[in-house]
Ligand binder design. Structure first.
Ligand code: ADP
Ligand code: MG
Length: 450
């Protein structure tokens, strides 16, 4: 619990770092906090109606960015002028002075828990280490360095530790950052107007933690300044028996240009790799997901998905959702193996589209209409050429999502409004003309080699 006015003070401090001096003094400093309703609506008051208008016109973005950052949830902001403030206080009482509020900012995804993490051969050691760290932070496995390929559960494990700590050790100061965020926060502190203050603030934030988690540390590799700062942060935490947990897509020795000092720090703790799940683990994960998401899916469909998806668990989940979606479309109570086959087929189809090139599309359209490539990109305006040209443009836009400018270039340097006209013309006809629909469908079939 914190007093509302203290929270407001923190918000102002942060704003001061984020806006010019003049606007801070003119517009933000005179603001008064009036109330925070259910952690959802922050009510503030200005000292004049024109100040209220200024704030509404020019500063709401900045204000809500900082408010959301400090209070956490996406808080709505209501700005009052002095008269409205009086009316508000008369109606609701003066909350400002005594109100205590809970800041509920939770950086952890509540679906990523230990309970929802399926343990198998591929990840049992990571799980055990993470669990031990969650139960005894700073005591045993410090630092804990987890590495493994994409989609194998590294981020999930970090969030699981975070959720566990919030529940059983809520007084600990725990921070989760992606390496990217750490780098950005650090570089921002360097670029700030009051550099000293910002750098100190940055240090205070990271060095007073009980648990620091940095996700995807490999992206620190070419950022020497950040490595230095991280090294110092790390030492400070480590010396005070604070827990550091790091993930990476590869082991420390394979992160290029990671300084020797960091290499040896990381390697001095527990290095644990997370491997690709075997078939049984994949099936178990799919079952767990069905339970969490309330999907109803036949066993043989689940087995089929587990067979077809190689190792990436994110992909496994994606396919499961797709199979469920397909079955829902057909109004089925339970998804079957046929739905699964269908889902994979459509995926393959989509993949295939990505392999098309503009040349392939143009030559297929030319073949279909029996015209030459020179003609289709030429300036000719006869109907026999214009329609195929528009269809080719439409298809390139639909199948390749290329920038319009680039499409114009392919078609003899036409400007992008011509491209838009062509595309929209066919788009409109696709809704009304049977003939156009058939032509486009046939060209697509030819493209697929059918
Ligand atoms: P990474 O960070 O390694 O790229 P994530 O932690 O983002 O991977 O995991 C990708 C998805 O797979 C997430 O939705 C996560 O919940 C899920 N997942 C990964 N491993 C497991 C597991 N052992 N049990 C259940 N779900 C898992
Ligand atoms: Mg991740």
């Amino acid at each position: 619990m914190q007093e509302l006015k203290n929270i407001w003070a923190t918000i102002l401090e942060k704003l001061e770092l984020n806006v010019s001096n003049v606007s801070f003094v003119m517009w933000f400093k005179p603001l008064k906090v009036v109330d925070l309703v259910d952690n959802k609506k922050l009510v503030i008051a200005t000292n004049s109606t024109s100040a209220k208008n200024q704030i509404l016109r020019n500063y709401m973005d900045k204000l809500s960015e900082v408010v959301n950052d400090i209070i956490g949830t996406s808080v709505e902001i209501e700005v009052l002028d002095p008269n409205e403030e009086i009316a508000y206080v008369e109606k609701n009482g003066d909350k400002n002075s005594q109100k205590e509020v809970e800041v509920t900012k939770n950086p952890f995804n509540n679906k990523y828990t230990f309970d929802n993490f399926v343990v198998g051969k591929s990840n049992q050691f990571v799980y055990a280490a993470a669990r031990a760290v969650a139960e005894h932070p700073g005591e045993k496995f410090n630092p804990l360095f987890i590495y493994g390929g994409v989609g194998l559960g590294k981020t999930h494990i970090l969030h699981a530790i975070g959720n566990y700590l919030r529940e059983f050790n809520p007084n600990l100061k725990v921070a989760y950052v992606t390496c990217e965020q750490f780098v950005n926060a650090y570089t921002e502190s360097l670029g700030s107007n009051s550099k000293m203050k910002a750098t100190l603030e940055f240090r205070a934030k990271y060095r007073n933690l009980d648990v620091l988690m940095v996700d995807d540390i490999q992206s620190i590799s070419n950022k020497m300044g950040t490595q230095e700062e991280f090294f110092n942060t790390y030492n400070e935490l480590y010396q005070n028996n604070k827990q550091v947990i790091i993930t990476s897509d590869r082991p420390p020795k394979e992160i290029p240009t990671l300084t020797d000092r960091l290499q040896s720090r990381f390697s001095s703790g527990i290095l644990q790799d997370i491997q690709s799940p075997d078939y049984e683990t994949k099936v178990a994960i799919l079952r767990k997901k069905c339970q969490i998401e309330k999907y109803v899916i036949d066993d043989d469909a689940i087995n089929y998905i587990a067979e077809r998806v190689d190792s990436n668990i994110r992909e496994l989940e994606g396919m499961l959702a797709k199979v469920n979606f397909f079955a829902n479309l057909l109004g089925k109570k339970s998804a079957t193996k046929e739905d699964a086959i269908e889902a994979f087929d459509s995926e393959a189809e989509e993949d295939k589209n990505e392999d098309y090139t503009p040349e392939m599309i143009i030559s297929t359209v030319c073949k279909y209409f029996d015209i030459t490539k020179e003609e289709i990109v030429s300036k000719k305006k006869s109907k026999e050429i214009v329609e195929p040209r528009m269809i080719a443009i439409y298809l390139i836009d639909e199948l390749l999502a290329m920038p319009l400018k680039a499409i114009g270039k392919i078609f003899g340097g036409r400007d992008h409004s011509t491209v838009i006209n062509a595309r929209d013309n066919i788009s409109a006809k696709m809704k009304t003309s049977q003939k156009t629909q058939t032509m486009v469908a046939e060209i697509k079939r030819m493209l697929k080699g059918g």
